[in-house]
Design a protein around this ligand. Sequence first.
Ligand code: AGP
Length: 612
Amino acid sequence: MCGIVGFVGARQAAPILLDGLSRLEYRGYDSAGVAVVTPQGEIDLRKAKGRLQVLNDMVHGGADLDGCVGIGHTRWATHGVPNSTNSHPHMSEDGRFAVIHNGIIENYAEIKEYLIRQGIHFRSETDTEVVAQLLEFYYNKCHDFFRSVGRVLRRIKGAYALGILCADCPDRMIAARKDTPLLLGFGDGENFIASDVTALLPYTRDVVYMDDGETAILTREGIEVFDPLQQPIEKEHHHIDWDVSAAEKGGYPHFMLKEIFEQPDALSRAISPRIRDGRVVLDDMKLTAEQIRSFDRIYIVACGSSYHVGMVGKYNLEHLTRRNVEVCLASEFRYSDPIVDARSLVIVISQSGETLDTLAALREAKARGAYILAIVNVVGSSVAREADDTLYTFAGPEIAVATTKAYSTQLAVLNLIGLAFGETLGAVDPTEYHEAVTELERLPELARQVLSRCDDIQEYAAANFNHSSVFYIGRNLDYALGLEGSLKMKEISYIHSESYASGELKHGTISLIEDGTLVVALGTCGRLFDKMISNVIEVKARGAEVLALTTESRRDAMARVASTVLTVPDTIDLLLPNLGVIPLQLYAYYVALQRGCDIDKPRNLAKSVTVE
Ligand code: AGP
């Protein structure tokens, strides 16, 4: 997500922090800030919205900030719009603490309310500011920097990589990590923290990766690392020999592959703050139960992969809410004279929040009186600003043109909406609801299991990358999943591919199946499995080579008819597209790799399509 850099040494900190942040610019950000402890024992903090250059110019390349201990941050907004107040570092009210943070503090609202009742004033809308304010609150009781950090970490829930300065301790910085990457860099008489090794390469290649629950105290002389019980521990050092381009991709050859592997963490960020005590709680949605009950039409409007999320969403939302859901391509919706009025809910899905067709459809629906609920990744983007309500996906910056983690998190958020609406409308069976919530909580782990088998897919792709045409077939949710698998294949490998509802093949398309045609048969959903088996037999009889995808429990049955079988773990049907999409992303990726394609920047495509 955001970028973190910290420095403790004998040199002026700010120029080093700014240089480190510039090496993290590729990750995307909307604002930046730095803070140092001055020789007078005060914290000097500067931040600015926009490009890092704005901050750089403001502080004359760092020359304006006097101090040898400091922290720097590039922010990708999650809580609160991108502006300089919401950007990091955040200070406590008395200016004693400055904090940078990557991740999400899930219980920040409750802590904030508590601190406000204690008379503490907040400046920003962020979850991070509670860390700075809580530190001050505890420090005023014990006057011990390290102990105060320990108390804060026990109080907060969620994911964090933290860099913390205390004006009373001008020789040190404290770092802490849980579920968000943070590493320590060891220099000569100077030490560092960073969210990403890229930031440190000109200064040191001797690093330690922090593990969950660990804290570290950094001084010029060295770095002490502590376990979750604050006992000192020894850590293994790593020597980084990657070049800058490999380091930006975290050691992966392409951003797309890195982002595919980031899906379990991205899913956790999208799901876990929204499940409490076995229930879906959408605190970040303004819609009331009364409004939800008042809608007589639900539309999902989006483009490309976001539209494919809508296709899965239609099946799931209709099942969970027993309301009619219509999915529309944004580019068609706006010119279709849609039947939309004040009793319509229009769910708009967009990773970038800037897709022109989607934005135009949103405006059209809004002008007709609809309520707009957006599912967006980029905080403060046009779609997020213009919608009545926005649920963020928290996928983090997505750099590869072909979307992967944004698709997965959009799907997860749509399922959360389906469950929340289903409960409000009394339409979902309570047993099914509880099972769905439990399985949603397991989803990141299940996604991790699918990723652990990526070698099988790579092996298959090594022998199957030269087909001139690929057909993806499936029924119901598997049909919707196939749309995305097929798009991934064509956009990055340039192989012609089509996605068909299996039952529709016989109405024409089956004439294209001949000896050696590759058919990717998606048979993950239990309810329609037997029908899919028949479809596999049907295309095999016409000479197709069949790569099938099903669940572990159905592997043997599928293996009796398909040429090759890939599997995902069993879970409820509702969530299978979330797992099934991973092997399809990987297959497209490895095929494109074999064909020597420009995977992260496919020809003719742009990450954000801001033209009609
Ligand atoms: C998918 O891999 C694409 N690059 C593309 O279809 C994309 O999903 C579409 O352009 C919509 O973008 P958005 O989600 O940013 O609105």
